[in-house]
Design a binder for this molecule. Structure first.
Ligand code: FES
Ligand code: FES
Length: 178
């Protein structure tokens, strides 16, 4: 990574990202968010810009395996990172179990929030299976149970303007049981 000064003191950096299994390099203004780097510099449009304030979750990807809101972090902070978007979850033409479940359970209406919901759901289940507690886990000394309240709490950072929550819940439950 280097930091040449640009016009009016702007600073730029060359970084590399692994995006959905592809090695990508780019040069960004150091103030560029990871979301803008993906969408505007690399044409990776699976993560969506909803609020741009970390409140809706539509920009969620898996960042080195953990879910992250890409509008809240600078690209330059993630030189060398591995990013998986909802597109990269599929194995060729074969959908990931979570993608298949969203289709089968009709977990989307307009689809705007869906890529973030799916990435968040995959990351959320990994956290759950690693026995991370949530705010609604009552017994912190025992493995948590995947109740509807647990799923709702763990997915509460992902908003859906269409209100497809009931079917999103059903989709996550289906994928968890697959
Ligand atoms: S666009 Fe990132 S959380 Fe809303
Ligand atoms: S399906 Fe439209 S915003 Fe969620």
């Amino acid at each position: 990574m280097n930091h040449p000064s640009g016009p009016r003191g702007a600073r730029h950096a060359k970084i590399a990202l692994d995006v959905d299994g592809e090695h990508r390099t780019l040069e960004v203004d150091t103030r560029t968010t990871l979301l803008d780097a993906l969408r505007e510099h690399l044409d990776v449009t699976a993560p969506k810009k909803g609020c741009d304030h970390g409140q809706c979750g539509s920009c969620t990807v898996l960042l080195d395996g953990r879910r992250a809101t890409t509008c809240l972090t600078f690209a330059v902070a993630h030189d060398g990172a591995r990013i998986t978007t909802a597109r990269g979850l599929a194995d060729g033409d074969e959908l990931h179990a979570m993608q298949q479940a969203f289709v089968e359970q009709d977990g989307l209406q307009c689809g705007y929030c869906t890529t973030g919901q799916i990435c968040s759901a995959v990351g959320m289940l990994d956290e759950f299976w690693a026995q991370h507690p949530s705010n609604v886990t009552e017994d912190l000394t025992a493995p948590p149970e995947l109740t509807d309240d647990e799923i709702r709490e763990r997915m509460s950072g992902n908003l859906c303007r269409c209100g497809a929550y009931t079917n999103i819940l059903a989709a996550i439950r289906q994928a968890a049981e697959a």
